[in-house]
Design a binder for this molecule. Structure first.
Ligand code: ZN
Length: 298
């Protein structure tokens, strides 16, 4: 039994190194007793039903053994492990390996595996572990044609392309100084133009109180022409509207003014007469029912 606490004996001091090395023990304890042979004792559970090869007994899936686990190889970078177990019904040993290629376990020696695997191919399905690509039928003529095609492609397409790219590269790298000065000169000219434009824009913004962050559209011949057309159109429309208004005024003006004066004049005289007539009517209406009343009373 491995201890769960670490007992430090009185004669121990840190210069001895770890407690395990001082006691001459492995960190994994008794399970590492064959570690010098590359074997670690692990608990292994049978992944399928087997028959022991020595005593011919059936051993069910899920029975656990203290198996000797050992790395015996690799499939690409995945290690292949072997598990050596001792039958619990006899003293026979059997060995099971992992099979990373087919993601399964295989019995190698000392036992027989009960074949219970579902084979989809037998039952009209497709194989799951079809890791090997179906190799193309070997036709020497077809292969030859393929190689000649590839050769032609290299000669006719790839080599000229590489050569032209190399020429281009040499052309640009031949005189870096003159190319650089050309580019810088052009950049300076562009910068000057850009600066002038920026100044003009700023002036415009200042004149009309536009926000600083507003970006003005690029000014060119086309936009200038469009703006001019738009302005002319606006001016023309305004002129047309003014003319129409003037015409309307000329048609309506005299009529409305004369009627206004008429009503005003009639209002001053006619209003008075109508008021008088209404007062008279009221007085007669008031006096009439009184006469009627007196008549009925009588
Ligand atoms: Zn056995």
């Amino acid at each position: 039994m491995q201890g769960f606490n670490k007992y430090y004996p009185p004669d121990y001091d840190p210069s001895h190194g770890s407690l395990n090395s001082y006691r001459g023990k492995h960190a994994l304890g008794d399970r590492a007793r064959k570690i010098d042979q590359g074997i670690l004792i692990t608990r292994f559970e049978l992944p399928f039903n087997i028959w022991c090869g020595t005593c011919n007994n059936h051993i069910g899936m899920g029975v656990r053994y203290n198996a000797e686990k050992k790395k015996i190889g690799a499939y690409y970078s995945t290690p292949i492990f072997s598990f050596r177990c001792k039958c619990h019904l006899c003293d026979g040993w059997f060995e099971i390996h992992t099979d990373p290629k087919n993601t399964r376990y295989v019995v190698v020696s000392g036992a027989r595996q009960k074949d219970e695997e579902w084979n989809p191919e037998e039952n009209g399905g497709f194989a799951i572990h079809d890791t090997e690509q179906a190799a193309a039928p070997l036709d020497p003529l077809a292969a030859l044609e393929k190689t000649t095609d590839a050769k032609h492609h290299v000669e006719k397409v790839q080599v000229p392309r590489i050569e032209s790219l190399q020429q281009l590269s040499e052309h640009y790298n031949a005189d870096p100084y003159s190319l650089s000065s050309k580019v810088r000169k052009r950049f300076r000219e562009d910068k000057k133009v850009e600066k002038l434009k920026q100044k003009a824009d700023d002036e415009l913004k200042g004149r009309y109180g536009l926000p600083e962050t507003l970006s003005l559209a690029q000014e060119d011949e086309e936009s200038r022409q469009a703006a001019k057309d738009e302005w002319d159109k606006g001016v023309r429309e305004l002129e047309l509207r003014r003319q129409a208004k003037r015409q309307r005024m000329a048609l309506q003006g005299p009529l409305s003014s004369s009627s206004r004066t008429q009503t005003r004049s009639s209002g001053s005289s006619g209003g008075l007469t109508s008021l008088r007539a209404r007062i008279l009517e009221n007085t007669t209406r008031r006096s009439l029912p009184r006469a009627g009343q007196t008549n009925s009373n009588k």
